[in-house]
Design a protein around this ligand. Structure first.
Ligand SMILES: Nc1nc2c(ncn2[C@@H]2O[C@H](COP(=O)(O)OP(=O)(O)OP(=O)(O)O)[C@@H](O)[C@H]2O)c(=O)[nH]1
Ligand SMILES: [Mg+2]
Length: 448
């Protein structure tokens, strides 16, 4: 996305629901007085970072009674001249004010994320901070919220900076051995090389331990209820939500598409997903529904297999159980003959029983929470970009370590270390080679 020099405008507080107040942002204008025709007070007199009140007007007709605050460049979120309007949050009103400002040729609607992109371009935010902001604003788990804040606050970025400093120490040690070994001495040079590598490798190792291929499931964790048709999935789904959200009927194959709603368990928001019963599909729609069930199961954070022990086809159940379910729930526990019916099933792992009158889902909730606590204990890194770059760095550093141990040719080592360096720069942004040289002369006393 290239900066086209236009002023961008958008509602920053979500324009899709009526609210008491909505915040509209404008960024990138030449001077505040560009908007004079819309304001009832003299904009030339407005001091930056001061809350003001004014009437907004269009062709002399009052549009809204608002408050506003002006942030002069570069001391603003985007680093540009920025104006925040606090308007009445009716969606029509917001639309009307957005349209009013766009009557000026230089103003256009912002694209998603464009304010943050401009903040990045003006170096007000680092890439990690922008990613943190994204994580923070979309978080549905405390892990994502905390990690978003850590990124935004620059904590994780600091860990990458520290890693890069260690890398530069090591690179400097290698350069020293290559170009100045007569000054330093071979033995001393090799010792520095080995020590600096150990320290870098340990730092990278602790980041690598935070990689988890399944961590994307923690961003918006789903609890997926699956089973054969008529197992009682929609019944359990409705009872958990406390409302008649899904259609329940004695006809097998009632749920065709999956249905999802949010549930809270110990401060974490999960998507609870009711799915189409899995069987030999009877038509194209059912077949698609079953495909969707399999997809939801594959990306589920927690999967629950529901079984009606009175109506369970062993072969079909066997096929379903190929998926590693976290929990099995037997339904129809209120029905006569339940104990005998359940004896016919061969089950392993966690199992719970539910009948028509059971409304207490705390047992399932505590199993789900246990898994969440275990899955987040090592603070897994959630950002896909960070995960893939760290894992590439890890692979490269292992290869380099191999060469370091077995290869005495410094030129090859230097080449491999450079490719690792490029990878690290991806975590941080491009760094000029001059910096490495600066580092050598700053940290090592050469030509004593
Ligand atoms: N007695 C009793 N009936 C139940 C129980 N759970 C579900 N039912 C009944 O079983 C039938 C099927 O229930 P649903 O919840 O629609 O089953 P489903 O698994 O969603 O079925 P599909 O959407 O067709 O895959 C309905 O008539 C429910 O009232 C239970 O625990 N006890
Ligand atoms: Mg159903």
């Amino acid at each position: 996305m290239i900066h086209d020099g236009k002023t961008i405008i958008a509602c920053a507080s979500g324009a899709h629901a009526h609210a008491a107040i909505a915040v509209i942002r404008l960024s990138g204008f030449q001077q505040l007085s560009d908007f004079q025709s819309f304001f009832s007070l003299q904009l030339a007199l407005v001091k930056p970072r001061t809350m003001m009140r004014a009437n907004l007007a269009s062709n002399g007709e009052m549009v809204d009674d608002i408050c506003f605050c002006y942030f002069a460049a570069p001391a603003s979120y985007t680093g540009e001249n920025l104006l925040e309007l606090y308007v009445h949050g009716n969606t029509l009103n917001v639309e009307r004010i957005l349209a009013l400002f766009q009557t000026q040729k230089s103003v256009r609607l912002a694209r998603p994320g464009e304010f943050s992109l401009r903040a990045l371009q003006s170096k007000k935010l680092t890439l990690s901070q922008v990613e943190g902001l994204d994580l923070f604003l979309n978080a549905s788990t405390p892990l994502a919220l905390n990690q978003g804040m850590a990124l935004l606050h620059g904590d994780l970025h600091q860990a990458y900076l520290d890693l890069f400093v260690s890398y530069k120490h090591h690179k400097a040690a290698l350069e020293l051995l290559l170009d100045f070994h007569e000054d330093v001495g071979e033995e001393e040079g090799r010792a520095q090389l080995s020590e600096s590598w150990k320290s870098f490798f340990a730092q990278l190792g602790s980041l690598q331990k935070r990689l988890d291929p399944h961590s994307s499931r923690l961003l918006r964790p789903e609890i997926v209820i699956a089973g054969l048709p008529n197992a009682g999935k929609s019944t359990l789904f409705n009872r958990w939500l406390g409302e008649e959200r899904a259609i329940v009927s004695a006809q097998a194959g009632t749920t065709r598409d999956y249905i999802a709603e949010d549930v809270q368990i110990d401060g974490v928001t999960y998507r609870l997903v009711d799915t189409a019963g899995v069987r030999e599909a009877q038509d194209k729609i059912e077949s698609r529904g079953i495909e969707l069930t399999q997809q939801r199961l594959a990306r589920a954070f927690y999967s629950v297999l529901l079984i009606n022990p009175f109506e369970s086809d062993e072969n079909e159940l066997k096929q379903l159980m190929a998926h590693p379910f976290d929990l099995v729930v037997l339904t129809h526990a209120d029905c006569e003959g339940f104990s005998d019916a359940k004896k016919r099933l061969v089950l392993s792992g966690q199992t719970l029983f539910f009948g028509n009158k059971d409304n207490d889902f705390s047992a399932i909730g505590s199993f789900v929470n246990k898994k969440y606590v275990e899955a987040t204990a090592h603070s897994p890194i959630l950002q896909e970009r960070h995960k893939s770059v760290i894992s590439a760095c890890w692979l490269k550093s292992q290869a380099y370590q191999n060469t370091l141990q077995n290869q005495s040719d410094m030129a090859i080592l230097s080449h491999e270390l450079n490719t690792l360096g490029h990878c690290l720069q991806e975590l941080l942004g491009i760094v000029s080679p001059d910096e490495v040289l600066d580092h050598i002369f700053a940290n090592f006393c050469i030509g004593k």
